[in-house]
Design a protein around this ligand. Structure first.
Ligand code: IMP
Ligand code: MG
Length: 190
């Protein structure tokens, strides 16, 4: 099945950073590790909406152990490309996390504010353990220390879209991860 590819939006994309094949390979590799580490633990996978939906979908399908899924909508970004630093809950989980082994599935760790807040919150609610899988990390942008146990790709400090990641709600359905042309967000208040 062929979805939206870079060629379809070439006028707005600067270059591809992580290909569809690379994304799939990394998710499969991490799923294999997690299936081994969480054997018999019935983990609760938590994705932060909306960016992590593609990652949690592919990741959960690649696991060879039973797992449950839940979602939370947090906001640390406005419609632009820079962090606002504060985290607000727009939509909460439907599960009780008390005594559960939680694996947070994230699209990208940028400043780290969102994840640092979420890890604390889940522990405060009584989770038995909380670990993180992040498909992408921008190490040069980190402001808060977060322990990412399962790591995907490190990327440079560039704004990326695709595979769930958006710019102003666009490009989430691109099948790979790519750097936007700066003209696309030119004039945006950073
Ligand atoms: P943090 O709290 O600064 O780590 O922000 C994390 C969230 O910001 C991610 O889950 C994304 O939703 C969003 N984000 C950070 N960098 C990018 C990017 O390059 N493209 C799209 N969204 C991003
Ligand atoms: Mg996110």
């Amino acid at each position: 099945m062929v979805g939206m590819q870079i060629a379809d939006i070439a006028d707005e994309i600067d270059h591809e950073l992580v290909s569809k094949a690379q994304i799939e390979a990394k998710i499969t590799e991490v799923a294999w590790q997690v299936s081994r580490d969480y054997q018999g633990k019935n983990p609760l996978l938590i994705a932060v909406l909306k960016g992590a939906i593609n990652t949690i979908a592919a990741f959960s399908q690649a696991l060879s152990i039973p797992a449950q899924l839940d979602f939370m909508s947090l906001s640390s970004y406005g419609s632009g490309t820079t962090s606002q630093g504060t985290v607000t809950v727009r939509q909460d989980l439907s599960s009780d996390v008390r005594g559960r082994h939680i694996l947070i599935v994230e699209d990208i760790v940028d400043s780290g504010h969102t994840l640092a807040w979420l890890v604390d919150e889940l522990k405060r609610r009584g989770a038995a353990s909380v670990e993180i899988f992040a498909l992408l990390e921008k190490p040069s942008r980190r402001e808060v220390q977060v322990d990412v146990k399962y790591r995907g790709y490190e990327i440079p400090d560039e704004f990326v879209v695709g595979f769930g990641l958006d710019y102003d709600e666009r490009f989430r359905n691109l099948d790979s991860i790519a750097v936007l042309k700066s003209e696309v967000y030119q004039g945006e208040q950073a």
